[in-house]
Ligand binder design. Structure first.
Ligand code: NIG
Ligand code: FE
Length: 392
């Protein structure tokens, strides 16, 4: 995924790691003899496919409970926003998360991370947003941080205090935003926050409220991201672009002005086919306009109990192609180079390049287009993270 050539594919390649970095890669025939001799451990992958470790740049992995009851309600005709407005939706997961023990939250998050890793994922983003109080947001972010300590995984933690209005602030969204802005410095001081996100929508927060969260992030030097134009067009992308957002995510209702704003700010468009599919949305994100404007496009699982309960990033590649019409190459870029950029990690991850971190996955496939082609089975054979084999 490193160069302009199609896929950046190297046939009959060799890859040399040293410490946690890639020291050399290229056609096997050109492997310098000195490097071949110096290598302490040689692995013959038998012609398997090697890709950069996959990056899932948008997940909500830490939560209590599940919402299969709401899935049934939606199948009987209720809509996602009706359920949310009636006090279900995100707020029902907030209640379940607050009621869960640390151990329950940890074991749920750990199992979900392991499921993603089994397919070759070596980096994930984890958002808070189901605690919605200083205490519970900190608890969820600590569990997200713990994933990086306990598992061979790079984890970026995003504070999503502005996800929904908690019951104790019912009817007082501005007061809630003020409180969420006020607890951000303490979360940051505890080393729990890498970025700040918000849900800007009819059933989320207004652009003015989102702006206040972004100002609070900016005051701390934290980058921002946004759940934008998912169910309605609030022109969240234009606001996020003013703050040089790392990414804007969902985007089904994005218009031309929003596309131009993303392009000008260098913001990544993160498309989430799992949520589109599971909510049975019909309005497609404006792929042609994003392409024409040269906006980098990423794909993520958006794993969460309400709109996207899946745990397969490879299935998202397939859905990005079948539902959104990405090419298989765009889909793979979307979970490697562009996903790393959506997390601000493009200088370290997302490509196989000399000097970058040696994160890669080995698949029993002939060509990378097959990553988007097969679904419902896992072709991942081996995983290396930071130069160490971590095959599940
Ligand atoms: O990314 N849109 C807002 N947040 C999540 C859904 C959260 C939920 O339903 O619990 C999303 O789709
Ligand atoms: Fe999300």
């Amino acid at each position: 995924m490193a160069t302009g050539a199609a896929w950046g594919l190297i046939e009959h390649g060799s890859l040399v790691t040293e410490g946690d970095c890639i020291k050399w890669l290229g056609p096997d025939a050109k492997l310098p003899a000195a490097l071949a001799k110096a290598s302490a451990h040689e692995h013959d992958l038998g012609g398997a496919l090697v890709t950069p470790g996959l990056v899932d740049c948008h997940t909500h992995l830490v939560y209590g409970g599940q919402r299969a009851n709401e899935f049934e309600l939606r199948l009987q005709g209720a809509s996602y926003d009706e359920i949310a407005r009636a006090g279900g939706g995100i707020r029902s997961t907030v209640a379940a998360t607050r009621a869960a023990s640390d151990g329950e939250l940890w074991s749920g998050a750990r199992q979900r991370a392991l499921a993603l890793m089994a397919e070759g994922v070596t980096t994930i983003e984890v958002k808070s947003g189901y605690g919605l109080s200083a205490e519970h947001e900190a608890r969820c972010l600590r569990i997200a941080r713990l994933l990086a300590h306990e598992l061979p995984l790079t984890v970026r933690c995003t504070s999503l205090g502005a996800h929904a209005l908690p019951p104790e602030f019912a009817g007082r969204p501005d007061d809630y935003i003020e409180a969420a802005c006020a607890w951000l410095p303490a979360l940051h001081a505890q080393g729990l926050v890498d970025a700040v996100d918000a849900f800007c929508d009819d059933i989320g927060f207004t652009p003015a409220q989102t702006r206040r969260m972004f100002e609070a992030a900016k005051a701390l030097g934290l980058p921002v991201k946004l759940h934008a134009e998912q169910l309605s067009n609030q022109h969240g992308c234009e606001l996020a672009a003013q703050f040089q957002a790392l990414s804007c995510d969902h985007l089904e209702h994005l218009d031309d002005a929003g596309v131009q704003a993303l392009a000008a700010a260098g913001t990544v468009a993160v498309l989430l086919p799992g949520a589109f599919y599971f909510l049975r949305e019909t309005r497609l994100p404006p792929l042609a306009a994003l392409r024409a404007a040269g906006v980098p496009i990423a794909i993520a699982s958006d794993h969460n109990p309400g709109s996207s309960p899946g745990l397969s990033l490879l299935l998202m590649l397939n859905m990005a192609c079948t539902l959104f019409r990405l090419t298989p190459e765009e889909a793979l870029l979307g979970v490697t180079r562009h996903a790393a950029r959506a997390l601000g990690l493009q200088d370290r991850l997302g490509q196989l390049q000399v000097g970058l971190q040696a994160d890669f996955a080995v698949y029993g496939l002939d060509h990378p287009r097959e990553l988007a082609y097969w679904f419902g089975h896992n072709p991942c054979l081996r995983v290396v993270r930071a130069g160490v084999e971590v095959t599940p």
